[in-house]
Write a protein that binds this ligand. Structure first.
Ligand SMILES: Cc1cc2nc3c(=O)[nH]c(=O)nc-3n(C[C@H](O)[C@H](O)[C@H](O)COP(=O)(O)OP(=O)(O)OC[C@H]3O[C@@H](n4cnc5c(N)ncnc54)[C@H](O)[C@@H]3O)c2cc1C
Length: 484
């Protein structure tokens, strides 16, 4: 039976990112995917938020995305644009780029990293014992690994086989989504229909019309071309001669989150762990960030550097972040109701969210820049993302994110050169003396005191902040990167 250290079920955005992270950490990982190629029938996600661009920048691949997409202010709450161009980041914007292209770029990177990809293999289940997981594939074959991560989307067979609960809220609304040819020029853009519901027609990745039309009443099951035509006539009085759909589907506002992200040797990430309506365009982004949080932790456990309980911090950190995203999308879905009272509420919210403080808070939350993992009290940097500052080292200027290209942790000492000694961890933590005289500024929070040193995890979050002494450093190194 073929063996790997980690198997990833599903090669969508989450599975691809996780495979890359594990591979960078030197773990033998393989992806098992039922699709024949990376191609998606429809465009699905329409872009990346700022933190995801930062994450790709940390790995040295942001330009691959930026060169193909369109930089734009994409954060919005209840259709009100929240401009974040004043945010302290190299990427104070989002990127309009369809999922098909995002996946292709990630898949090329994963291929460069040499990750084996078992395509056209449908996972049907698994068994696990104290030492391994055996993955069952529809063609009758099996694969074995120390760990299995279910990145197999909303209907995750991994989650179901593990018997992990998926509590949440049933749909109250549904939308038809289609990418179609038309014989007439459709009414491009947003349209508030006679019932007050917002409908949208834009261009998809294929260049064809991409239509997102709210159903009059919540429906389930796949729509037909006839359903689409009928809905267009209801809303626009014209079906624009739609024909030859390359994608015709329905999504709902179903909102659910896995009760646990781990069961023994099984972990869940991305849509397999959480689903919500696409309002705000956050699903793909939080899946990528799940992967970046989990990858290095799982790598250390697989290599025996850290005990298994390091994996518990994955759920402890990511579950609350996603619960908040779910709340955000539920709130926005509620505001899409078209009765007069909800419209009045929406008008007042629209006035409030553009005010400075709510704008910053919401934009930080939805762009991912505001994430703070609870690593205890202390300096505001603790548990937050390290900004990509340009520091000066003995060998010249250096962008902090450059240190993270290989997904290895780093200690940066801004105090007297050589004043911090982490020799016992030298095989796994980079250590560098640097100078930085500029301001330290965090989204929403603003200016913070310059730290004397920072310990940065491979996912770019600060695990320890120095005050000129080494107080707490050995504990932080041991907690996150194993004993000496
Ligand atoms: C209309 C729409 C618009 C959206 N817009 C946005 C947006 O603008 N921004 C955003 O961030 N998100 C958006 N999303 C959400 C985004 O598409 C998902 O959150 C994202 O695709 C999740 O990635 P994933 O890798 O976790 O899961 P998926 O993309 O679902 O990938 C799962 C993978 O697993 C494979 N798989 C499934 N079952 C098996 C099996 N049994 N065996 C083997 N392989 C299997 C699938 O083929 C697939 O490749 C949108 C979604 C929709 C529907």
């Amino acid at each position: 039976m073929t063996e790997h250290e980690v198997l990833i079920a599903g090669g969508g955005p989450t599975g691809l990112m996780l495979a890359a992270e594990l591979s960078l950490a030197g773990v033998d990982t393989a992806i098992v995917e039922r699709r024949e190629s990376q191609h998606l029938a429809g465009s699905r996600a329409g872009g990346l938020h700022s933190r995801t661009i930062e994450v790709f920048d940390m790995r040295g691949i942001a330009d691959r995305f930026l060169s193909r997409g369109q930089v734009a202010q994409v954060v919005g709450f209840n259709l009100v644009r929240l401009d974040m161009s004043d945010f302290p980041t190299r990427h104070p914007y989002g990127l309009a780029l369809f999922q098909n292209q995002i996946e292709r770029i990630l898949a090329d990177w994963v291929e460069e990293l040499g990750v084996p990809f078992y395509r056209q293999r449908e996972v049907t289940g698994f068994t696990q014992d104290h030492t391994s997981v055996t993955l069952e594939v529809a063609d009758g074959s099996s694969l074995r690994a120390k760990y299995l991560v279910g990145c197999d989307g909303a209907r995750s067979i991994v989650r179901k086989t593990a018997g992990i609960d998926f509590p949440g809220w049933d749909p109250t609304t549904s939308w038809i989504i289609a990418e179609v040819e038309t014989t007439e020029e459709p009414s491009w853009g947003l349209r508030v229909d006679a019932t007050g519901a917002t409908q949208a027609i834009g261009k998809g990745d294929s260049g064809k019309a991409r239509m997102v039309l709210m159903d009059r009443e919540p429906k389930s099951g796949e729509p037909t071309l006839g359903d689409l035509k009928q809905r267009l006539v209801d809303i626009y009085g014209n079906d624009f001669g739609v024909h030859d759909p390359i994608w015709l589907s329905r999504f709902t506002d179903m909102t659910r989150q896995a009760a646990t992200y781990r069961d023994g040797r099984i972990l869940l990430a991305g849509d397999a762990a959480h689903v919500h309506p696409p309002i705000g365009g956050q699903g793909l982004n939080i899946g990528v960030q799940d992967a970046v949080n989990l990858g290095w932790k799982l790598a250390q456990v697989v290599k025996g550097i850290s005990p298994e309980n390091l994996l518990d911090t994955y759920q402890a950190e990511r579950h609350p972040v996603t619960a908040r995203v779910l709340k955000n999308t539920m709130a926005q879905t509620a505001l899409r109701r078209s009765d007069e009272r909800t419209k009045a509420l929406g008008d007042i919210i629209a006035e409030l969210v553009v005010m400075d403080e709510p704008r910053k808070r919401l934009a930080a939350e939805m762009s991912g820049l505001g994430v703070r993992y609870d690593l205890g009290d202390g300096h505001p940097l603790l548990g937050r993302r390290i900004p990509d500052l340009e520091v000066v080292t003995a060998s010249g200027p250096l962008r902090v994110f450059t240190l993270l290209h290989g997904a290895r942790p780093a200690l940066i000492n801004f105090a007297k050169p050589g004043s911090i000694d982490i020799t016992p961890w030298a095989d796994r933590v980079q250590s560098i003396d640097a100078k930085y005289d500029g301001p330290w500024e965090l989204p929403v929070i603003g200016a913070v005191a310059a730290p004397a040193a920072v310990l940065i995890r491979p996912d770019g979050y600060v695990a320890w902040v120095g005050d000129g002494t080494e107080s707490g450093l050995a504990d932080a190194l041991t907690k996150w990167f194993g004993t000496r």
